[in-house]
Design a protein around this ligand. Structure first.
Ligand SMILES: N[C@@H](CCC[C@H](N)C(=O)O)C(=O)O
Length: 330
């Protein structure tokens, strides 16, 4: 039997699979087939937003590979990295270490619990780029997009485009617009074949709730609406610092509420490079035993699921948040 975990960061749900439990790691096509099967709404435990694959690495505590629900690979996942950090911390006994991701080795550390039974980790989000080639985007008349109206995308919203290194398009909007049609319409359009973001883009709308406080909602590339996007909230925090200096600054905690809960971010600049610290929950909701043969066949036949009980603590934490319910949890 093999083990799989169901985990979440701000209710951005994933399955986590450790390749080191197999004599021969599962090949890429099996992982993609498995991801599509188990993350579908009719899949295992009502599905998830993606699969986090943990593998051994010679220079880090482990390596994280992210597969979106539609089977595409993502360069990074902030909420996922927190849960992988917790997993590796429990495996290795370390509280502070480095995790290898698709483009870079990122620093992570255990943080104080957010509430009773709600463990938390802080993770580095980097590298940051505004360059058209790094997102990529085209045919929008700009080499970088920072606080720009883009008539090709929307007549009035001002957008900022940031790769961290996965691509994000961000607009600060009113609270009413968080629940409006525009975010889904733009998200769907830019993640279907289109001339502007040929590889798709994660679209985040955020409302400014007060000093250093925002509410963010994301339509994710390769997934659709999610309860939260860690890299999206990190990129949005950087956009906030750059475009709204009256409410946020470098090296100060920013509170980011989202449909699934709350995280904190801290935007830093070192040697002309930005990086963001993302701090939030790393919750394990279920452990799952699956016959090896099912995993090899890309399905979950014969899966035995055990609840950990952590979700009840997380639900209590969320119920106490002051802006819980501004956008419905999925
Ligand atoms: N939910 C993630 C981001 C996952 C990847 C994204 N869908 C992409 O393709 O870039 C996060 O927490 O950062």
């Amino acid at each position: 039997m093999a083990q799989l975990l169901k985990v979440h960061g701000s209710m951005n749900h994933f399955f986590l699979l450790d390749q080191s439990q197999f004599d021969t790691p599962l090949p890429a096509d099996t992982l993609v087939a498995l991801t599509k099967t188990i993350t579908a709404k009719a899949g295992l435990l009502d599905g998830a937003d993606g699969l986090l694959v943990v593998s051994p690495d010679d220079h880090a505590a482990g390596r994280m590979t992210v597969i979106n629900a539609d089977g595409t690979y993502a360069k990074m996942c902030g909420n996922g990295l927190r849960t992988v950090s917790r997993y590796l911390a429990e495996q290795t006994g370390q509280k502070e270490f480095v995790v290898q991701t698709a483009e870079s080795a990122l620093r992570v550390h255990q943080s104080a619990d957010l509430a009773k039974g709600v463990p938390a980790f802080g993770v580095e989000i980097s590298p940051v780029s505004f360059k058209a080639a790094d997102l990529p985007f085209a045919q929008l008349g700009h080499d970088e997009i920072i606080d720009q109206v883009l008539p090709e995308i929307h007549p009035s919203f001002k957008f900022t485009a940031i790769a961290v290194p996965n691509p994000h398009l961000i607009a600060f909007v009113s609270e009413a617009e968080l629940n409006g049609e525009a975010i889904g319409e733009i998200g769907k359009r830019l993640n279907a074949p289109n001339p502007y973001f040929p590889e798709g883009v994660n679209v985040t709308f955020a409302a400014i709730m007060g000093p250093q406080t925002i509410f963010a909602r994301t339509y994710e590339r390769g997934v659709g609406f999610t309860n939260a996007c860690g890299t999206g909230m990190s990129a949005t925090s950087l956009a906030l610092v750059l475009t709204h200096p009256e409410v946020a600054a470098l090296d100060q905690l920013i509170t980011v509420y989202n449909p699934g809960g709350k995280v904190q971010t801290n935007v830093h600049q070192e040697n002309d490079q930005y990086w963001i610290e993302l701090i939030g929950n790393a919750t394990v909701t279920h452990t799952i035993e699956i016959p090896d043969a099912s995993l090899q066949a890309g399905n979950f036949d014969g899966a035995k699921v055990t609840e950990t009980g952590e979700q009840a603590d997380y639900d209590r934490f969320v119920a106490d948040l002051p802006v819980h319910g501004l956008v419905k949890t999925i």
